[in-house]
Design a protein around this ligand. Structure first.
Ligand code: SF4
Length: 307
């Protein structure tokens, strides 16, 4: 029997909303295969503490412990009954085959950890970029994995479902430096964006929502700096922020809530302070200079003007 227990710490519930939107397989199909022991927003008439006791006493196996939201031991911030979320995770951490953090709060502490930098609010194994989360940096669950981080604010449901199914069917899940599945996070948001040609020819978007132009040069798009498959695994199977004309705000990265003004590209003498991952500033200046000089007439026209 495969089982899944979903717990929440300090969270807005966004990843739960995502889970409910899962397709292929849907939420219902997924939980045909897996016994959902408890979910705070979905379960009713279930005694969480009875379940925790059974798991602690090895009367109930725990395949997946899924955590949404930041962790704190301070019951003034958040408690479940008489217990803090930290105490509950502490009681279960040795029992789970896999522990999965869903969303940037559970992965890195995110917005709740940023409110008070001196508080004990953190992610499960990271606090922003440091491996100083609630569980020790060398922690591994029963199947030998560290906390598997599915980062994003919120996550795409398919990122969670595909990771669960890979683990269930014993496919290896390779992790990056932030313990995120490489199969998902080796991509950049930029990969697959329909605005790539505008990026290459340095054609800037004039206003949010326009079909033409790239959002990197003025509107703060983090696509070339953010690891996510947002333009590979499309949202609602249809689109993405950047396709719709809204800049990527880098919400899968540890520093997402630490930045200011998401809709502005910080520049120094007209050159973006941060250039795409893998490119030096010198190469970037050369390539964009050439692209700007050798103007591509087609991409400089509004789409309705092209033949
Ligand atoms: S809009 Fe963003 S993601 Fe799309 S091509 Fe431009 S920089 Fe890349």
């Amino acid at each position: 029997m495969y089982t899944l227990l979903w717990l929440q710490g300090l969270t807005c519930n966004g990843n739960t909303q995502s889970l409910l939107n899962a397709e292929n397989p849907s939420f219902y199909t997924l939980f045909d295969k897996i016994n959902l022991l408890y979910h705070p927003s979905i379960s009713y008439d279930v005694d969480l503490f009875e379940i925790i006791n059974q798991i602690k006493n090895d009367k109930l196996p725990l395949t997946f412990l899924v955590v949404e939201g930041s962790i704190t031991s301070d019951k003034r911030f958040f408690s479940i009954g008489d217990y803090s979320i930290a105490q509950i995770i502490d009681a279960l951490k040795e029992k789970a085959d896999y522990i999965i953090a869903v969303g940037n709060c559970a992965c890195f502490g995110n917005i709740p950890a940023n409110f008070d930098k001196n508080s004990d609010v953190k992610g499960l194994q990271f606090r922003f970029k440091e491996k100083k989360g609630f569980l020790p940096s060398n922690f591994k669950s029963k199947k030998g994995y560290p906390v598997i981080n599915i980062s994003g604010c919120p996550i795409h449901p398919q990122w969670f479902v595909s990771t669960i199914l890979n683990l269930l069917y014993k496919k290896p899940v390779y992790l990056d430096g932030f313990n995120r599945p490489k199969e998902l996070y080796m991509y950049l948001t930029h990969d697959g964006c329909t605005r790539n040609e505008y990026f290459e020819w340095k054609v800037e978007l004039e206003e949010f929502g326009h079909k033409e132009g790239c959002l990197f040069y003025n509107q703060g798009c983090r696509g070339p700096l953010t690891h996510s498959p947002c333009n590979k695994v499309l949202w609602n199977n249809t689109s993405s922020k950047t396709r719709a004309g809204m800049p990527c705000i880098g919400c899968t990265e540890f520093d997402f809530p630490l930045r200011e003004n998401f809709f502005e590209t910080k520049k120094n003498m007209g050159i973006p302070e941060e250039v795409p991952i893998g490119v030096s500033k010198r190469v970037y200046i050369t390539i964009t200079g050439v692209a700007k000089t050798l103007k591509n007439e087609r991409v400089n026209k509004r789409l309705e003007e092209t033949e």
